[in-house]
Design a protein around this ligand. Structure first.
Ligand SMILES: Cc1ncc(COP(=O)(O)O)c(C=O)c1O
Length: 479
């Protein structure tokens, strides 16, 4: 029955999606449209569909069409709002394969192919960072004596940061798992760090106030020369530093911290060095921008989101460790019904993650990248950064609009006038009109309009058009 259902209904959904993608290519289509929730629930006929249980054929066709009308159109070239990929279609097909097979691969037997691909992709990333890949069970050249890296994929960068901090905690304070927090542990983060780090520090019981920002330059990059003084002061106050975090890159404006210098400080003091490369890992695989992550190999842990700049459908992130043992020991718990001594030709990832059930994250990432090839991927990443820089250069020739900083990745911030509230009003009107979808951010004590130039189709002309629109809205608000 379910096979008949699939054969009958899958083409209906594929057809609706294909029309949706055509719509996204039409410049008259609104990129964002937010009707009230009650209206959506009514228009999609949710109540009667769930009661009747006949979501197939014609009903399915109508439902898919109506649902897609409510979708925010990331494939539209005026989508520039958030750090969420425009998935490569082959990556999206990976999601479909994963959804149909449902190989929840926390343990090898629940998805040998899915686990092997995740393992392969983790090794691919470890090698790109400059670390030793994990030996492959059943493969040649297993040398268990060489220290090698390890990693695991997680459902998002926030969970990856949490997982990395749990590994740092177990490496630095191995008794915490059993005894609890002694009360004097701190974590040093960049002023521009993602909120998930502060949240992690609070969640793992260290107390939010013990997530301490390091001194920063006027653009918000960590000032490495001032970090030793901070460390000495904290030590003198009886604090113990669990980890120091560097951004590659920051969320608001997309700037990279000086990883090489921060790494050297961590080495001198014997402190765990974590790099948050959730957004900026593109520079690791892009020769042209590799200099931005110089020194990343000196880290102990790195996180890397594929659902940002790697054209992979949400969600897909990785936590990567220079020494796999720290991840193996991070969660000192036992789940005997799942993890027990057994002979098997692969590995169970379950003891390395917060999650128990997990999707085939590696499959989606692999399929997206394998469709482009490494060169295609690097070209895409560098083209988006170049476009952000070109747009900033264009803006520098305008009298009424300014950028706070030259972009180092695909994130472009700008504003018209100096009024913070006005930037929010402009975005509100842009979203209401639906021609462009952008975000805003607080940065350098001011509010900025913010574009994440992540869509491969966006051009400089689109950004010039956006600027014209912003000017018109601003003039209208003045009037
Ligand atoms: C630097 C950085 N770290 C972590 C995250 C969290 O990633 P996720 O949204 O996948 O949870 C983000 C998200 O924007 C980010 O920019």
């Amino acid at each position: 029955m379910s096979k008949d259902n699939f054969d009958h209904n899958a083409p209906i959904v594929i057809d609706a999606l294909s029309k949706y993608l055509d719509e996204c290519d039409n410049s008259n289509t609104r990129v964002i449209y937010q009707p009230p929730m009650a209206e959506i629930i009514k228009d999609l006929n949710l109540k009667s569909l769930i009661e009747d249980g006949r979501l197939e054929g014609k009903n399915l066709q109508t439902f898919a069409k109506e649902y897609l009308k409510t979708a925010t159109k990331l494939h539209h070239r005026h989508y520039m709002a958030h750090q969420v990929s425009i998935p490569h279609m082959t990556g999206s097909l990976g999601s479909l394969i994963d959804a149909v097979t449902n190989n929840a691969m926390a343990i090898y037997e629940m998805g040998p192919g899915a686990t092997a691909i995740e393992y392969f992709m983790i090794n691919w990333m470890l090698e790109k960072i400059g670390w030793h890949p994990s030996p492959i069970p059943g493969g040649k050249n297993i040398d268990n004596d060489t220290p090698y890296g390890g990693g695991v994929m997680t459902h998002g960068g926030s969970l990856a940061n949490l997982t990395a901090m749990i590994a740092a905690r177990s490496a630095t304070f191995p008794n915490i798992w059993r005894d609890g927090n002694p009360g004097n542990i701190v974590v040093l983060v960049p002023e521009q760090s993602h909120y998930s780090l502060k949240r992690t520090v609070a969640m793992i019981g260290l107390g939010e106030k013990n997530c301490i920002s390091m001194p920063a330059d006027e653009d918000g990059r960590v000032l490495p020369d001032e970090v030793p003084t901070l460390i000495e002061k904290l030590h003198a106050d009886g604090k113990k530093i669990m980890a120091i975090v560097g951004n590659a890159c920051g969320t608001a404006a997309g700037l990279y911290d000086p990883l090489e210098q921060i790494g050297a400080i961590c080495r001198d003091y014997g402190i765990w060095f974590h790099v948050d490369a959730a957004h900026g890992a593109g520079a690791i695989v892009c020769e042209e921008y590799r200099y931005l992550v110089k020194g990343i190999e000196s880290a102990d842990s790195v996180i890397w989101d594929a659902h940002k700049m790697f054209r992979t459908p949400v969600v897909c992130a990785s936590v990567l460790l220079k020494d796999h043992r720290h991840l193996d020991h991070a969660f000192s718990q036992e789940a005997s019904y799942l993890a027990h001594e057994k002979e098997q030709p692969g590995v169970d990832q379950i003891m390395r993650t917060v999650e128990c059930t997990k999707s085939g994250l590696g499959l989606k990432m692999f399929m997206a990248i394998a469709a482009m090839g490494e060169e295609g991927l690097a070209d895409y990443i560098s083209s988006r950064t170049k476009l952000a820089v070109d747009a900033a250069n264009y803006i520098s020739g305008l009298d009424d609009i300014e950028c706070p900083v030259t972009p180092e990745t695909c994130i472009l911030c700008f504003r018209i006038g100096k009024n913070d509230a006005r930037q929010l009003e402009i975005r509100k009107k842009l979203l209401k009109d639906g021609k462009f979808y952008i975000s805003t951010t607080e940065y350098k004590n001011a509010r900025w309009l913010r574009c994440v130039i992540i869509n491969p189709k966006t051009t400089l002309d689109d950004l010039k058009e956006l600027i014209e629109e912003v000017r018109e809205i601003n003039a209208g608000l003045d009037g």
